[in-house]
Design a protein around this ligand. Structure first.
Ligand code: NAI
Length: 484
């Protein structure tokens, strides 16, 4: 008896909001019918929790369960308007640093799309916790907003290694990295450079970089060329939704959020409140997500059995939900029953993959890249609120800075140099201008920067300050449009 209990997997179960309980319930039924020994710890998160006054949407009890089990099957969560600032999904991802969002995109038998027959079969790996989704935003002035795009070497490395490990576990041949490194040289550029370094540790796999806008184009033109695509958070968010449309839409797209502390499995779709409680939601994505969860638990045979039964049901086409079958469709419950009836069957036409258990990557002890010991402060960027014409602002700033070991090098408006205005630019007006102050000597002490800020406050209130550093002789900041 005890032995049986010990061999059970404990998994946190979060039914979620809207159609969540229906589709999560369907997945649990199918996994139970496949006789996988799972003990579910049912926990709350989402709308009800927000409404009860918990501003995180994720109660401590849910967090504690996930800390124990380290794995969850979860339905979609809503953040009701007026309750809580942050999404409960993002909170869960951040609590548990589930840094890799994995979305398999594979043509499904019986689901007709304009791409049917092309053999689409790839995986999108999206960085899940950094980038603009760190959610660090400021109003610099009442009319100018800013979001910080944060990309770290370590954060990039772990998700890029994860992408290569997935390629190996699934017997794939190539990994693509899609970035906007041509424009965002520091952030997206760091991701690209890290990809190029990490790729050297995986000589058995082809590694290619492409610009993310071209990736969007390629995904629509020739999606069958991809095996694994790794991206930063926002690019991955957008393109993975595009990718799920290629195989039939949101009702069919499973996903996993993987990290070292926990793995959270969920469908890509949301809570679809319009159809909640009507027994019409398509549980395919959640049942497929259940198969991914089984692979993560090492239950490879059961995962194949669940996936095969699901695919056979879709291929038969006799019992499909109304999102694909229209009014002739069957309900969530009837579809689920059909999948369970089909356990033991496999689709007739479906190219199978031999999955190995995924090896979570070990982070390297120290980032390679630049030597961080040799650094020099060469100036400071000060963003100020001012409606003065740039030349007038420059005169006032120069007068305020007189006698300090730094001088005004230029003023820019949203990244374009407007003073000195040697390009003759006439940018749209903005009340947020950036003063780039450069050290007069070899380096700059903090005291001089603080004194400069204090004096500039009398000219125009400053909103945001950035140190300009040279790391090991390499500029740690970008130049403006028009800057020498
Ligand atoms: P949604 O995915 O809920 O719905 C978009 C459209 O797809 C709707 O027409 C819906 O009826 C349909 N749909 C979605 N899943 C379906 C399924 N399984 N079967 C049949 N039709 C399905 O996206 P929406 O409307 O933008 O979001 C609704 C709520 O869900 C919001 O509160 C949002 O914040 C939340 N959400 C939560 C997510 C999560 O927990 N991971 C992800 C996306 C949204």
């Amino acid at each position: 008896m005890n032995k049986r209990k010990d061999s059970r997997h404990r998994v946190t179960l979060i039914p979620g909001d809207g159609i969540g309980p229906e589709v999560v319930g369907a997945a649990v039924e199918v996994l139970r019918a496949a006789e996988v020994p799972i003990e579910w710890e049912r926990r709350e998160a989402g709308a009800k929790v927000f409404r009860s006054g918990d501003a995180s949407g994720v109660p401590a009890d849910t967090v504690a369960s996930l800390r124990r089990t380290r794995i969850a099957l979860k339905g979609p969560l809503e953040t009701p308007v007026g309750f809580g600032e942050k999404s409960a999904n993002v909170t869960l991802r951040k609590y548990f640093e589930t840094y890799g969002n994995i979305r398999p995109v594979k043509e499904l038998p019986g689901i007709r799309t304009p791409y049917s027959g092309r053999g689409i079969d790839f995986v999108v790996v999206r960085e899940n916790v950094e980038d603009l989704y760190a959610g660090i935003e400021h109003l610099q002035t009442p009319s100018v907003a800013q979001a910080l795009k944060i990309v770290s070497r370590q954060g990039s490395e772990r998700v890029i290694r994860l992408a290569f490990e997935i390629a190996r576990a699934e017997g794939r041949k190539s990994v693509h990295c899609a970035t906007k490194a041509n424009i965002l040289k520091m952030t997206e550029g760091l991701f690209k450079r890290t990809f190029e370094e990490v790729a050297k540790d995986y000589p058995d796999l082809r590694a290619d970089h492409l610009i993310v806008d071209n990736c969007a184009h390629q995904l629509v033109m020739r999606p069958e060329q991809f095996d694994v695509i790794v991206m930063t958070n926002m690019n991955g968010d957008i393109l993975s939704d595009l990718a799920s449309a290629l195989i039939g839409g949101l009702g069919f797209a499973p996903s996993a959020n993987l990290g070292d502390q926990a793995a959270i499995f969920e469908a890509v779709h949301g809570s679809a409140p319009q159809i909640a409680g009507k027994d019409v939601a398509n549980p395919t994505a959640l049942i497929h997500t259940g198969a991914l969860l089984l692979r993560h638990l090492g239950e490879m045979k059961a995962a194949d059995a669940v996936e095969n039964a699901l695919l056979a049901t879709l291929e038969d086409g006799k019992a499909l939900t109304p999102d694909v079958a229209g009014p002739a469709g069957v309900g969530t419950k009837a579809f689920t029953k059909e999948v369970i009836r089909n356990l033991g069957r496999a689709p007739k036409s479906y190219p199978r993959r031999a999955f190995k258990r995924l090896k979570m990557p070990r982070p390297t002890p120290a980032p390679s890249g630049l030597s961080l010991d040799v650094r020099r402060t060469v100036g400071v960027d000060v963003f100020v609120e001012s409606r003065l014409p740039p030349a007038d602002l420059a005169r006032a700033a120069e007068a305020a800075l007189a006698g300090l070991p730094l001088k005004l090098a230029q003023i820019s408006n949203r990244g374009a140099k407007v003073y000195p205005n040697d390009l003759g630019l006439e940018p749209e007006p903005s009340d947020c201008l950036r003063l780039r102050l450069k050290a007069a000597g070899a380096s700059l002490e903090d005291g001089a920067i603080l004194e400069a800020l204090s004096r500039l406050s009398a000219v125009a209130p400053w909103a945001h300050v950035e140190r300009l550093t040279e790391f090991d002789g390499v500029l740690g900041y970008t130049k403006d449009q028009g800057e020498e």
